[in-house]
Design a protein around this ligand. Structure first.
Ligand SMILES: Cc1cc2nc3c(=O)[nH]c(=O)nc-3n(C[C@H](O)[C@H](O)[C@H](O)COP(=O)(O)OP(=O)(O)OC[C@H]3O[C@@H](n4cnc5c(N)ncnc54)[C@H](O)[C@@H]3O)c2cc1C
Ligand SMILES: Cc1cc2nc3c(=O)[nH]c(=O)nc-3n(C[C@H](O)[C@H](O)[C@H](O)COP(=O)(O)O)c2cc1C
Ligand code: SF4
Length: 645
């Protein structure tokens, strides 16, 4: 059988014919305007994924009730919202895909968003001791339940009026319908709590209501958790029972996801997770129902094809892979795998997606996500000779976009290999997949004949000699030390050097720094059976810009599971031959250490930029040499700068 033939075969959900088995899963964005209207940017973002070949596009969730609406999203609790959704529906249809709207009441997901809008309550099926007084939890009464079921049904009717070919009931991740399903959260004692039949009643009645209102022929899927990902929560076997109840109520497909966003990290599995963690759950559920089963979660095109060809699921719901490359379906159909921008599951998108204040969503491997109108870049008015110094992500991407615009680019790198810090990142366990990005960039540069000089440290003098029409400085950043006595002792090494295999960790190890790299190094050492302790001057993951929550929690949970000792809020005072010294109350405390690994931040490498100042040459700076940052930010800055030269 040809590769991807299972994934690319047509399929059907109820009466809805789909051109292949790829569904774009619902992903919250902050692309609507402040009044909750669809923006051109939002419409273009979905249209691009429809043009790229996905069979069914499910945009961001639609809030079914006024008290569930988030800022900068499209709600569906009033008829006036229909016209906004129709703009997306029309664009998706014109681009050849079908269109589904996901209906949601946020419920406990408000905890993940961290912001409870003024006057709103966090709706729950039942109160629990962990629900603190500091937040406005509210247990639903039976009249409330009736009212909210009515809201879902009314929103489904609006979805159809807006042009939806299908609706999806969001009943996973801890939203209202999902918290009723979860044995961990739902402790009601009435007919909506207790047995699996009772806990399914809220979702079941919504399904029945929608079917009654829209007719049995209107397709409806229900997205449930194959596992809550936490002890005492929904298990795959229980999910199979829930699925059977929902199928009997009229669901035309069961979509399997997982996790409770505020507790467990399965809903958006980042790089530490294995591929396809929810496929076994879908397989269990599929044994119990006759309707198609959809599965999501960290599925490459190859893994998605396997899940379908092996009969573990009927459709895949892809999220991030379609952010990374909207043309994924078309590229796999045409055998253009070398051209595929593969998602690396870094979760940088998640950090930006739901925060309008942070600017539009960004993606490490695709800086044009949510900026579709800006791609392809316009050809340069005049082709120029441009020297790019530094072959890390920033330099490689600059070289690619400048070449794409028609400039003549020469790229210089000090090391014998392109990649810069990214190569170190790839050496971490779990991050080997990150190499897909540098591999893609290397292939592109080679294919387009970009002149690359390796093993050459560029100086100001060299630039003046070569006389380029412009120079792009992309010299990156280097790890900093600590301003304490003992930092130069031979057993004090940098995390970067340890990861890159340039320095060894012997005996008892103290890792100084509690952000991602410190956490990752400590986990790696502990998994090798080493004695390791973390010391950090703030809380774990604090001290600096906010870390992406899902990846942070995944790593933090692992640290706790492995029992790695941590000294939090502890500033290192001194490093001796055999210990790291920290303050404790009014005393000093010695943590024994044969090796000390520093992971305490980065500083921009801008010597070349300083040398070129006042030289009369046009100089541009990009990437970590401007300020250390995450890779999505590097990509975005490179694309924006390249468009302006
Ligand atoms: C272990 C690790 C894990 C990471 N994990 C993540 C992650 O999960 N997610 C994320 O978003 N980011 C991550 N990062 C950060 C990310 O790798 C960087 O933000 C990004 O790679 C910076 O790219 P850059 O091109 O600006 O700089 P660099 O990668 O530092 O590249 C600069 C390049 O310039 C070269 N150079 C310097 N001076 C000269 C000169 N004079 N002449 C010629 N060449 C020169 C250097 O050799 C280097 O190759 C991680 C970084 C590390 C080290
Ligand atoms: C930015 C972002 C927002 C998301 N918002 C939603 C949502 O509103 N509803 C939902 O059911 N899932 C949401 N998800 C989960 C995705 O639909 C998907 O199930 C998850 O990302 C795993 O699939 P993937 O590995 O293909 O990305 C979101 C994921 C991301 C990355
Ligand atoms: S930001 Fe990272 S996780 Fe998100 S789509 Fe892009 S590559 Fe994938």
């Amino acid at each position: 059988m040809a590769q991807f033939s299972a994934l690319l075969q047509p399929g059907r959900i109820g009466s809805l014919e789909l051109r292949n088995r790829i569904i774009m899963s619902a992903m919250g964005t902050a692309l609507a305007d402040e009044k909750g209207r669809a923006t051109e940017r939002m419409v273009a973002y979905y249209a691009a994924r429809a043009r790229g070949g996905a069979a069914l596009i499910t945009p961001q969730f639609a809030a079914v009730s006024r008290d569930s609406a988030f800022a900068y999203t499209l709600p569906l609790f009033d008829d006036r919202h229909i016209a906004e959704w129709r703009k997306i529906a029309d664009a998706v249809h014109q681009a050849g895909a079908r269109f589904s709207i996901q209906l949601m009441h946020v419920g406990l997901i408000l905890l993940y968003s961290g912001v409870v809008p003024e006057g709103a309550s966090i709706l729950v099926p039942s109160m629990a001791s962990w629900m603190g007084q500091d937040r406005p939890y509210r247990e639903l009464s039976e009249p409330d339940i009736e009212r909210y079921i009515g809201d879902y049904v009314a929103a489904a009717a609006r979805a159809r009026a807006a042009g939806a070919d299908m609706v999806e009931l969001h009943a996973c991740h801890g939203c209202l319908a999902s918290s009723f399903l979860s044995p961990l959260i739902n402790r009601r004692r009435d007919s909506y709590g207790g047995s699996v039949e009772n806990r399914s009643r809220f979702a079941r009645r919504i399904v029945e209501g929608i079917k009654r209102e829209l007719g049995r022929g209107f397709p409806l899927s229900v997205r449930i958790n194959g596992s809550d990902g936490i002890k005492g929560g929904t298990t795959p076997d229980e999910a199979e029972q829930q699925a059977r109840i929902l199928e009997a109520a009229g669901a035309d497909a069961i979509s399997i996801s997982g996790g409770l966003e505020f507790w467990s990290t399965l809903s958006v599995p980042s790089y530490p997770y294995p591929e396809g963690p929810m496929v076994p759950m879908a397989e269990t559920v599929r044994k119990g129902v006759r309707v198609p089963v959809i599965v999501a979660g960290k599925l490459s095109a190859e893994a998605a094809d396997r899940a379908i060809s092996e009969g573990k699921a009927d459709f895949v719901a892809m999220g991030r892979p379609l952010l990374a490359d909207p043309e994924l379906p078309a590229k796999i159909r045409e055998g253009r795998l070398d051209d595929l921008r593969r998602c690396i599951y870094c979760n940088n998108c998640l950090k930006s997606a739901t925060d309008a204040a942070a600017g539009p969503m960004s993606c490490t491997v695709n800086p044009f996500v949510a900026r579709e109108a800006r791609y392809p870049l316009k050809p340069a008015g005049k082709a120029r000779d441009i020297m790019v110094v530094g072959g890390g992500l920033a330099g490689m991407e600059m070289a690619m976009y400048l070449t794409e615009r028609g400039h003549r680019v020469s790229l210089y790198e000090r090391e014998k290999e392109l990649g810069g810090q990214w190569n170190i990142a790839c050496a971490l366990p779990g991050k080997a997949g990150y190499a897909a990005l540098t591999d893609y960039l290397k292939r592109w540069l080679a294919r387009h004949g970009v002149k690359i000089t390796l093993g050459t440290t560029v100086t100001g003098e060299m630039v003046l000699e070569k006389k380029p029409e412009a120079v792009v400085v992309a010299t990156g950043a280097f790890p900093v030390g600590l301003p304490v006595p003992g930092v130069d002792l031979p057993h004090v090494i940098q995390g970067h050097d340890f990861i890159a295999g340039k320095a060894e960790a012997k005996g008892r190890v103290v890792v100084v720094g509690g952000r991602f790299i410190g956490m990752e190094v400590a986990i790696w050492l502990k998994e090798q059976g080493k004695d390791v302790t973390i010391v950090t001057r703030a809380g774990l993951g604090e001290d600096g810009i906010k870390l992406e929550e899902f990846t942070f929690k995944t790593l933090a949970d692992r640290i706790v599971d492995l029992g790695i000792p941590m000294f939090l809020n502890s500033t290192v005072l001194e490093i001796t031959d055999s210990a790291v010294v920290i303050p404790m109350k009014n005393r000093f405390f010695r943590i024994p250490a044969d090796t000390v690994i520093l992971s305490v931040g980065m500083r921009s490498e801008n010597r070349l930029a300083a040398e070129l100042e006042g030289s009369g040459i046009e100089v541009h700076l990009v990437g970590d040499c401007v300020r250390p940052r995450d890779a999505a930010d590097v990509s975005y800055q490179a694309a924006r700068l390249a468009a302006s030269i």
